[in-house]
Write a protein that binds this ligand. Structure first.
Ligand code: ZN
Ligand code: FE
Length: 257
């Protein structure tokens, strides 16, 4: 069996449109723009067999209709969101098999950034859109902090070696914030050096792993005494529950410069 490879196709300021391929067939995740995806497919001689969408934002769906029309391929996406051109509406526990993507992927509902946001997990990887970022998480545009905590916990429970393909290269600014929250975290310093070197060499910091995130992501570390202490200090009151800690860290990040 041919090995599935996943490639970042950069778009806009800092999006990655992920293309998985087996040498013949390809699937694209969150094609916010058709042009760079089409150029990638042509350069490699690949046929697009499916489009996967995580949520309805324009930088994730802008190229869907053009690509679906050009390749006559199915478009998978969240049942709970209004997205033009979807052919398969997915909910928690659904499984999809797509040429070019290897073994079946399972759908996880991960609301918070948007109400209907989904992720695709399996085969040692997860495509998580704008829910979990490397050392960060998406803003809460439509969901509640409690929903986002449950969604992040669901992703954090994937096997530690799972490769995380999120949709934006926000890693270095996320790490800068994480260091303010948890300056005593040695793993975070190591990660900072490794990812800074990757960026300096022009490489993506992604994929990262669930293990990396559990060790360094302040939005998953609501049980870390240092995160609890600094979030409480920043909020000006004692915080106890994961949702309280998460909410304070998220609000802090929203105004962090
Ligand atoms: Zn988004
Ligand atoms: Fe986005």
């Amino acid at each position: 069996m041919t090995q599935v490879q996943v490639h970042p196709v950069p778009a806009f300021e800092d999006n990655y449109l992920w293309v998985a391929e087996d040498g013949r067939h390809a699937a694209v995740v969150d094609p916010g723009d058709e042009a760079p995806v089409q150029a990638f497919l042509e350069a490699r001689g690949l046929a697009l067999s499916a489009i996967l969408v995580t949520h309805h934002h324009g930088d994730h769906v802008g190229g869907v209709e053009w690509l679906a029309g050009r390749w006559r391929c199915p478009v998978y996406g969240p049942a709970g969101e209004k997205i033009d051109g979807l052919t398969h509406r997915l909910a928690e526990g659904d499984r999809i098999t797509v040429p070019g993507l290897g073994p079946a992927l399972s759908v996880l509902e991960v609301p918070g950034h948007t109400r209907g946001h989904i992720a695709y997990a399996g085969d040692g990887l997860v495509f998580c859109g704008d829910t979990l970022f490397a050392c960060g998480c998406g803003r809460l545009f439509e969901g509640t902090p409690a929903q986002m905590v449950a969604s992040l916990a669901k992703l954090a429970a994937l096997p530690p070696a799972t490769r995380v393909y999120c949709a934006h290269e926000y890693t270095m600014s996320n790490i800068r914030f994480a260091l303010a929250v948890e300056p005593g975290n040695a793993a975070l310093f190591e990660r900072s050096e490794r990812d800074a070197a990757a960026r300096a060499a022009g490489r993506p910091t992604l994929p990262c792993t669930i293990a990396d995130e559990r060790a360094t992501n302040p939005f998953l570390r609501w049980a870390s005494p240092e995160v609890i202490a600094s979030a409480s200090r920043h909020a000006g009151r004692a915080l106890a529950t994961p949702v309280e800690v998460f909410t304070a860290v998220r609000e802090w990040k929203n105004t962090f410069r």
